[in-house]
Design a protein around this ligand. Structure first.
Ligand SMILES: [Zn+2]
Length: 311
């Protein structure tokens, strides 16, 4: 018999979030805790808080994990932001305890699938989704199906002579267009003595600035903030152009904290992508924001659970 709910989990570097996802993709009973030093203990605690009252009605647990995952075994192969999970099979960890199907997927892939089933990608056949936050991730949906590939968009090199990336490559998109990159560039300029209103924040301790501060600075007309956001956007546009040329999608869906700066950062990306992508492909693509935001990963992971769960 079809169960009423699935549990969706977003296993991130900062927080772990879980919720009940209804068959109509509604997100209910959201719970959240900092990831901390023992992410497995937090995961068990959050799952218990949902499974204890609702277990009878739960038809599977879908986990969207930050990092490279092996779907077959449900193993986190490499998670730079949650190193405690490297090499851990979440499926093996959970299936003895919860008598239901466990599915593990990369967080950006799960988010792309979430947008497909219930968000901005619902009426779009093929799209590339790019997550723009501390790092940059991606997921690819072709003809309604999530491609079972890594889709590490952030680790596509856009500069052959660029700085080294922890992934092993050099000049990765993430080093130019992520929130981490924005902050790094701003701090480097401030250290060099560049004039900016960012210098006055946090009593002059500009090492504390956030990507949001830079966006706010840009809105107030600060030239440094504007330049940094535009340059990062331009780099993103180089990546988007390559994705358009590779996959000829109907849309590129952008999500994550940085899309708050749409009118500067994303606009610059769109301009650059228009210049660089093949015209015939660019003319049929639309570049749009996600609609599920932070919930996309939980919804997508829940919907990736085989239906009905064989257990
Ligand atoms: Zn890289």
């Amino acid at each position: 018999m079809t169960k009423k709910y699935a549990i969706g989990v977003d296993l991130g570097g900062t927080n772990i979030r879980a919720s009940l996802i209804t068959s109509g993709n509604e997100v209910m009973e959201k719970v959240k805790e900092p990831t901390g030093k023992d992410p497995l203990a937090v995961l068990h605690k959050l799952l218990d808080s949902l499974y204890t009252p609702y277990g009878q009605e739960v038809g599977g647990i879908g986990i969207a994990a930050a990092g490279l995952v092996d779907r077959e075994s449900g193993t986190v192969l490499l998670s730079p932001n949650i190193p405690a999970l490297n090499g851990v099979s979440l499926t093996a960890e959970l299936e003895g305890k919860y008598d239901t199907c466990i599915v593990v997927e990369n967080d950006a892939n799960a988010a792309a699938y979430g947008e497909k089933v219930a968000g901005a990608g619902r009426d779009i056949g093929s799209f590339v989704m790019i997550t723009l936050g501390t790092g940059i991730g991606g997921g690819i949906v072709i003809r309604g199906e999530l491609l079972p590939v890594a889709a590490e968009v952030g680790h596509m090199s856009i500069n052959a002579e660029g700085p080294p990336c922890p992934c092993g490559n050099v000049g990765c998109l993430e080093l130019y267009a992520s929130a981490t990159a924005l902050i790094g560039n701003a701090v480097a300029e401030l250290e060099r003595g560049t004039t900016s209103i960012l210098k006055d924040l946090y009593n002059g301790n500009f090492y504390k600035i956030s990507a949001e501060d830079i966006y706010r600075g840009a809105l107030e007309g600060d030239p440094l903030s504007r330049t940094i956001l535009r340059e990062a956007g331009k780099s993103l546009g180089i990546g988007i152009a390559s994705m358009i040329n590779l996959f000829s999608p109907d849309a590129v869906i952008l999500t994550g904290g940085l899309i708050g700066a749409w009118n500067i950062y994303v606009d610059a990306a769109i301009k650059e992508a228009a210049k660089r992508a093949m015209k015939e492909l660019y003319s049929r693509v639309k570049i749009i924001p996600s609609s599920l935001g932070d919930d996309a990963g939980m919804v997508g992971a829940a919907r990736l659970i085989p239906h009905p769960c064989a257990k």
